[in-house]
Design a protein around this ligand. Structure first.
Ligand code: GUN
Ligand code: FE
Length: 432
């Protein structure tokens, strides 16, 4: 039986509001599942040096934290992140995003560009991710092949879009889109251990009513989950109102096509910046996960999502980088932006909605998004063992800080922290 023991300064959540910190402790996993966190090595593991079943890694003085989930990111947009940021959503899509994604019809282009994405994802703070590809079947399979090789655990989706783009990036009809999607699913069936397909209608403006209906049906027939975008930008929302006048809100447009998932087959909806009570009720009823993407929401001047209201309503929330509308894949930076955005929401929008605490934002990045994958994102017993080992020694200090203070500083100074090692379901996938 394979046992992994990491020694170091361990921080994880017992509950959303409370971080547990064990200095100079041990986190132990068996066959990729956490056994527990201990301040002294239990006697049954005492023979670490003689037992070849035990991998013992001494990271004394380093931070050991659960892995992080990027609940919403666009792989083909990685190589143009950080440009076009003076646009809002709809012109940004037309001028930058659609022309770039169209290039993925060329498999050799996709191979090269996806290499940059997958390699940086492997080396970053992310251990799990839910990813948009493009509408191209071959390029999406190439992305999934590369993702599988990273050792990370991911969902990746071939995008569906059959309207309101341009001929270079648009499927001919609902049937053409569904046929390509079914071919994609059957070509990758049984191929991967860590990489799963997810149905990916881009958003309502990109998908005809007929396509949305058929995708909803396909989700039911295949047991595949759905990811999409929801209530990100005011012009987008007004457009959805015109496109689907029978819906009483944007979420209801997905709902009437039966394309918003269920408790058993939860969807990820990115953004929800403008989701009101009615929309939250729909999301709650369907067990939908909200991917909160603060970098994106600020870059595209979209707005600030009321995350605390989602949490109070009992809606599952995780964090997304939403590259390239978000300009970085760094999850520590995403934690910081989540906190900062919530502070501005409180100050400028609604003073009855308190800012998120550091503990809450850290939870969203780890267990909040991780729970989309099951028992993931904590070191509680029975959780899958995803971990990051961080070196914060170059963030100089003139007094000893608590582990909680060190972790908070790491998020506020993400560039000064180095990843020494990364584990996913018990396997080391990266080492500095
Ligand atoms: N809505 C539809 N497509 C996209 C996209 O690629 N990025 C973002 N941020 N929003 C979208
Ligand atoms: Fe997005």
């Amino acid at each position: 039986m394979k046992i992994t023991i990491l020694k170091g300064d361990i921080i994880y959540h017992e509950s959303p509001a409370k971080l547990t910190a064990i200095a100079n402790g041990y986190v132990i996993a068996e066959k990729g599942i956490v056994k527990g966190v201990y301040s002294a090595l239990p006697s049954e593991y005492a023979d670490v040096s003689q037992n070849s079943d035990i991998d013992f890694l001494d990271y004394t003085g380093k931070l050991i934290i659960p892995g992080m989930t990027d609940l919403h990111v666009h792989a083909p947009q990685y190589t143009f992140r950080g440009i076009g940021m003076d646009q809002e959503l709809l012109t940004w899509l037309d001028q930058y995003t659609f022309p770039e994604e169209a290039k993925y019809s060329d498999l050799s282009y996709a191979k090269r560009a996806y290499r940059y994405f997958t390699e940086d994802l492997r080396r970053g703070f992310t251990t799990r991710a839910v990813i948009f590809a493009t509408l191209h079947k071959e390029a999406t399979i190439e992305l999934m092949d590369q993702l599988e090789d990273t050792g990370l655990i991911t969902y990746a989706g071939k995008v569906n879009m059959d309207r309101n783009s341009n001929p270079e990036l648009q499927e001919e009809s609902p049937n053409a889109s569904i046929t390509a999607t079914k071919e994609w699913i059957s070509e990758i069936a049984g191929k991967y251990k860590r990489t799963a397909p997810i149905l990916t209608p881009r958003f309502i403006p990109s998908c005809s009513n007929e396509l949305m209906k058929q995708l909803g049906r396909l989700s039911k027939d295949t047991g595949l989950r759905i990811q999409s975008h929801l209530s990100e930008n005011q012009s987008e929302i007004a457009w959805v109102r015109e496109l689907v006048p029978q819906a009483d809100c944007y979420a209801n447009a997905y709902e009437i096509f039966d394309a918003i998932g269920s408790e058993k087959l939860p969807a990820v909806m990115a953004h929800c910046v403008y989701s009101d009570k009615r929309e939250m009720e729909i999301l709650k009823n369907h067990g939908t996960f909200i991917a909160h993407c603060p970098s994106s929401n600020m870059n595209l001047t979209s707005g600030i999502a009321p995350v605390r209201k989602f949490l109070d309503a009992g809606i599952p929330v995780g964090l997304g980088t939403d590259v390239a509308a978000g300009s970085s894949m760094n999850m520590l930076q995403t934690i910081l932006l989540t906190i900062q955005a919530s502070k501005m929401y409180y100050r400028l929008v609604d003073q009855s909605v308190k800012p998120l605490t550091f503990e809450e934002a850290f939870y969203l990045a780890t267990e909040g998004g991780g729970s989309y994958f099951g028992k993931v994102g904590s070191f509680k017993e029975g959780y899958e063992f995803d971990a990051l080992v961080l070196d914060d020694s170059t963030m100089y200090s003139m007094r000893p800080f608590t582990l909680r203070e060190r972790m908070e500083r790491a998020c506020y100074n993400d560039a000064d922290v180095r990843i020494l090692a990364k584990y996913v379901r018990g396997t080391q996938v990266y080492q500095k």
